[in-house]
Design a protein around this ligand. Structure first.
Ligand code: ZN
Length: 250
């Protein structure tokens, strides 16, 4: 009887350890790659200041990127654009416009592959190929990188560090790529907004994707958040607010 009880208690405690260990781990490090590589990765700035960064992936294009730029200009906000090499090749003038209007450019690979499915060398090729496109279109060299789908692992992050890149994730996903309405996009931001947030949006996509909700949502969300005391920064600017930022960047 006693043995039975002991066995039961033992089983329960094993089960609890099994259940709670991963839970505690997830709680302690919401962004494990940022925790592990604070000089190489950022998903949000660890700050209490009301600073926020808008980021736009997959551009440039002629359909939605100009709309997004017009709204950002209207509200005098600077953002960060993670450009796709194939599209920079196709629309170098739009890439140049983004740069000329004072926004920050980042590298989002050439072909948009899931990098965790291939070798470190493949990531190198993707980065370098896009680096050349961005340089030739804008004469600007970026050291910011965002992986397609945010898919990275230890080896890839270490390589980014070797290359001197800062890997950029996000803490708020607007899911605008699902062709959401401006109302839904706004809600996705407002439900999750926090100091130091990095917001993921898109300024271009597949021809079947309607991103008109993105520009419309921005036009409303920017003045609203400004009224709440938020300041919009680029990724290099918000990185300086991150308590883990290297001293020379502060
Ligand atoms: Zn993308």
């Amino acid at each position: 009887m006693l043995f039975g009880r002991l066995l039961k208690a033992c089983l329960i405690s094993m089960l609890c350890v099994g259940l709670f260990t991963p839970f505690v781990f997830v709680q302690a490090s919401t962004y494990p790659l940022q925790t592990k590589y604070p000089d190489i990765m950022i998903y949000k700035a660890n700050t209490k200041q009301k600073v926020i960064a808008l980021t736009f992936d997959d551009g440039p294009d002629r359909r939605f990127t100009p709309q997004v730029l017009d709204v950002l200009n209207k509200h005098r906000v600077k953002a960060t654009f993670f450009l796709l090499g194939t599209r920079v090749h196709e629309y170098p003038d739009v890439a140049k416009r983004i740069h000329n209007e004072g926004h920050v450019l980042g590298n989002h690979t050439y072909w948009h592959p899931q990098l965790t499915n291939s070798s470190v060398n493949n990531m190198l090729w993707e980065i370098e190929k896009n680096e050349k496109e961005i340089k030739s279109a804008t004469n600007f060299e970026t050291k910011l990188f965002r992986a397609p789908y945010g898919a990275l692992n230890d080896n890839l992050v270490k390589e980014l560090g070797e290359l001197g890149y800062l890997g950029v994730g996000w803490s708020i996903d607007t899911e605008d790529w699902k062709s959401l309405s401006s109302k839904e996009i706004k809600q996705n931001i407002l439900n999750n907004v926090h100091p130091g947030a990095i917001i993921l949006m898109h300024s271009a996509g597949h021809w079947t994707q309607d991103l008109s909700g993105t520009a419309k949502a921005l036009d409303e969300i920017i003045p609203y958040l400004k009224k709440q005391g938020y300041e919009f920064l680029t990724i290099p600017e918000i990185f300086k607010y991150n308590m883990h930022a290297p001293e020379e960047m502060k």
